[in-house]
Design a protein around this ligand. Structure first.
Ligand code: GLS
Length: 835
């Protein structure tokens, strides 16, 4: 193969060399020539940037070689369309994947710089809300590691998920200015910009062959500029591309308006265009029908599809084979307008007839559903949708017409079914149901855990399952062990590697070998020591940042995830109050010391979630200052939970709280990350908890609560939370403590909305699950006292978690949905790393 590096570039030069001396030279060079600084006046950030560029240089070779290989071989490619990619910091991950961690650490040390310090400096790209966005990031990692040709397409939000501060116990949102100091990992590609149309109207015309066409005359046109980030696999040469689109005005000014003196008008138009990619909507598992959000979705989808078409043209491939060249995954319904946009591009811009275009479209898309919560199912009012996308509305009507005909054939005389399945909801104000469009327009539909996929077939998408049973499948989520074990928990990773070699990093099932050491007391001791050391690290962090001392010998009980009523952080809070009440009633009670740690953001408009944060902080205030607790009970709400911080938190947990109401959490992925790091789970039979329990063994998992089916039955039978309140003295006492104003400086009203919602509705059945939960928690406390047994349970969690590697999930997608093959990329000898 022809090398893309010209022959006259030296093999071991400052941009590729990987020994300490070359790295140091390159670092100083970047400090000087890119940051324009010399050491005396350099900030920590300058050093971070210099190092980031040094590392990026060593990536480029693989990245460009990958691009060239893909260009030459034109392999079938996965396009992963996602409105969110919650990547987390890049530097550490790239060092690990390149195998440069240790040598760079040494190089920095020789300059008197700590690598950990520099890593801390990176502002993470928070371009996602939580599980869904982080899943996309794990999948992009696994795709590269498995050497699958793939592109991630998304939005380059100027402001990602807000930073969270806590003031007086309340969440305060701060704008996330992640691009403030520049982003060394992205490469803007202004030369590859594309145009995206919005608004306006359509016109019909007939061409010279008498064929009828539609033309979309837009009201405005926005430019999409791609920003590319290389995503290197672990110890592979494949570096795939994450291509994020930024919206810009087509011209910097409307010069006509400018010359007429309307200076502000012309600037305003520019900023209106740029608004499209300004900010990430901060809602997880719920949606707001905002026009700008719809425009964001269309914007990145249109750019991405046009980009794919352009690539095929550049490779002289015919669009008739679009579906053979690309498998496009729709990450939830957010990019689903792609079904209509691909149809439009094929019909209107490339003159395909309907049947041909529809055949291509429905062989291209696959749809992943990520939630059953009704408030998260996207639907767009016809008026709003039509005003921005008049042509797409026509196309969707046509798709629907033809689809309903199919339904009529398969299920004659079933008017209710037609109404239920229609892509257009006509029960009141008319809406487009995006999940229906996704089901009709895709060849595969999957849920993200076994239970979730089953419930989809039984409930939310039941009609579609009856219509197209062959489309339905399950792909249980997974997470990358590179970031969430090797990078975030090097102590554990090193211990494992010492025992079983390092192949587990890319073949997580190998962890099973650890079971051999279950009764090896030296190993158990070392394993325990790792956990203690990591807990000590977190304790130090908390002491420095919160001025609170916590005891690493106490049980670290952690619930870290978005704040949502269905995730039931307030059930956890009720247990804390119960423990508090017990100790108050009997100060000498022999309790297992616990540190309760919470982390997570609430959507800014989600009042109840914010009140839950306030409640936790208010409980913490009382508990942490009560001398009767004598350090047996501590509660801390850790602010601004993000990927960077999550990497500190997962390794330090003894207990992982996965306590959602059964049937509500589609999968969960934090549950996997905790378990991988040796935490035991206390959880319901919900989402992936069920499968985690299956593999780690029921005796190594603390189960409580109603099943999904029991939840439905209970609701159907007329659930009354008061029955539980009145008949359970500990529960009553816990709730009364809150309502008395005990945690709110005597104010009985502060938490009233939360308590009213529990006592009068309790949609998520906290009261019904309370007794089962506290009994289970008491078993946890008991179990933690038997240290040796606990360590063994913890080891078994690590040893048996292999299934939840995102490598397995991606293999499932590859084999069952995408049908793509790996393509190895070769790079010249000199840039192969050694460690
Ligand atoms: C989510 C689900 O709520 C999670 O259970 C799931 O693990 C995640 C990834 O599949 O997707 N859906 C969503 O809208 N946000 C999520 O985190």
């Amino acid at each position: 193969m022809v090398s893309i590096v010209p022959n006259n570039i030296q093999i071991e030069d400052d941009r590729t060399g990987i020994n300490v001396e070359t790295l140091k030279r390159a670092f100083l060079d970047n400090l000087f020539y890119i940051q324009a600084k010399f050491p005396k006046i350099s900030t920590k950030n300058d050093y971070y940037m210099a190092l980031a560029y040094t590392v990026r240089d060593r990536l480029l070779n693989r990245w460009l070689q990958t691009t060239q290989t893909y260009l030459e071989k034109a392999p079938r490619t996965v396009a992963y369309l996602s409105a969110e990619f919650l990547m987390g910091p890049h530097l550490g991950n790239n060092l690990m994947n390149l195998g440069l961690y240790n040598v760079v650490k040494q190089a920095m040390e020789e300059f008197g710089l700590g690598l950990t310090d520099l890593l801390e400096q990176e502002e993470e790209p928070g371009l996602g809300n939580g599980g869904l966005g982080r899943l996309a990031a794990c999948y992009i990692d696994s795709l590269a590691t498995l050497e699958i040709p793939a592109i991630g397409y998304g939005i380059r939000y100027e402001y990602g998920i807000f930073d969270q501060e806590i003031k007086n116990g309340w969440q305060v949102e701060i704008t996330d200015k992640w691009l403030r100091y520049g982003n060394p990992w992205e490469v803007p590609r202004p030369e590859a910009e594309l145009e995206v149309k919005f608004g306006g109207h359509t016109e019909n015309y007939t061409d010279e062959h008498g064929r009828y066409h539609v033309q979309w005359i837009p009201f405005k046109v926005v430019k999409g500029v791609p920003y590319d980030t290389p995503i290197l696999g672990f110890q592979t040469n494949n570096a795939n591309t994450l291509r994020l689109w930024k919206a810009e005005a087509p011209e910097s000014f409307d010069f006509e308006a400018f010359n007429k003196g309307d200076y502000f008008g012309s600037v305003q138009e520019k900023s209106e265009c740029e608004n499209i990619t300004k900010v990430l909507y901060p809602n997880d598992d719920s949606y707001q029908g905002k026009q700008l959000r719809l425009e964001q979705q269309f914007f990145f989808v249109s750019c991405s599809l046009q980009d794919m078409i352009r690539m095929m043209k550049a490779q002289n491939l015919t669009l008739e084979r679009f579906h053979e060249h690309f498998a496009i995954q729709l990450n939830d319904t957010h990019p689903t307008i792609a079904v209509a946009e691909l149809m439009r591009l094929l019909l209107d811009e490339h003159q395909f007839d309907w049947d041909k275009a529809w055949n291509i479209t429905t062989k291209t898309f696959a749809y992943t559903n990520h939630t059953l919560l009704p408030e998260a199912l996207e639907r767009w009012s016809i008026n709003m949708f039509g005003s921005s996308f008049p042509r797409h509305l026509q196309i969707i009507y046509e798709i629907n017409l033809r689809f309903l005909d199919e339904v009529r054939i398969k299920f004659p005389d079933d008017g209710n079914r037609l109404r239920r399945m229609s892509i257009i909801d006509e029960s009141g104000e008319r809406y487009i149901r995006m999940a229906h469009l996704a089901c009709v327009g895709s060849f595969a539909i999957n849920g993200v855990a076994e239970l979730h996929s089953e419930l989809l077939k039984k409930t939310t998408l039941h009609d579609f399952y009856e219509m197209y049973p062959e489309k339905f499948t399950n792909v249980t989520n997974g997470v990358t062990p590179r970031r969430f074990m090797v990078l975030s928990n090097p102590r554990l990773a090193n211990l494992i590697t010492k025992k079983i070699g390092d192949s587990w990093v890319t073949n997580l099932d190998e962890l099973r070998k650890l079971e051999t050491f279950l009764y090896d007391s030296d190993f158990c001791k070392e394993f325990h020591q790792v956990k203690q050391d990591v807990k000590q690290d977190l304790a130090n962090y908390i002491r420095t940042n919160y001025n609170i001392t916590i005891d690493p010998n106490s049980l670290f009980d952690i619930q870290a995830k978005r704040i949502h009523e269905y995730k039931r952080q307030h059930l956890n809070a009720l247990y804390i109050i119960t423990l508090y009440n017990r100790i108050k009633a009997n100060p000498n009670l022999d309790v297992t010391p616990r540190t309760f740690l919470f982390g997570g953001k609430a959507a800014p408009g989600y009042y109840m979630a914010k009140l839950i944060i306030k409640l936790i902080n208010s409980i913490a205030d009382v508990v942490n200052h009560d001398p009767d607790m004598r350090d047996r009970l501590k509660v801390i709400f850790l602010k601004d939970y993000n990927v960077k911080f999550a990497q500190r938190v997962y390794p330090a947990a003894d207990l992982s709280e996965q306590i959602s109401t059964a049937g509500k959490e589609a999968s969960g992925t934090g549950n996997m990350k905790f378990s991988m790091n040796g935490a035991l789970t206390i959880g319901t039979l919900d989402g992936a908890n069920i499968e985690i329990r299956e593999v780690v063994g029921e005796e190594n998992f603390f189960l409580f609560g109603l099943t999904a089916e029991e939840v439905l039955q209970k609701k159907a039978a007329g659930y009354n939370p008061w029955d539980y309140y009145n008949s359970n003295p500990e529960l009553k006492l816990a709730i009364d403590r809150i309502s008395s104003g005990f945690f709110s400086h005597g104010d009985p009203n502060l938490f009233k909305p939360l308590l009213d919602s529990l006592l009068y509705r309790d949609q998520y059945l906290l009261l019904a699950d309370y007794q089962s939960y506290i009994e289970c928690q008491d078993r946890v406390s008991q179990a933690y006292r038997d240290r040796e047994q606990w360590i063994r349970m913890s080891i078994l969690n690590v040893a048996r978690i292999g299934k939840f590697s995102s490598d397995r999930s991606i293999r499932d997608y590859v084999q069952n949905i995408w049908k793509v093959s790996a393509l190895k990329v070769e790079v010249p000898e000199y840039s192969q790393s050694t460690n």
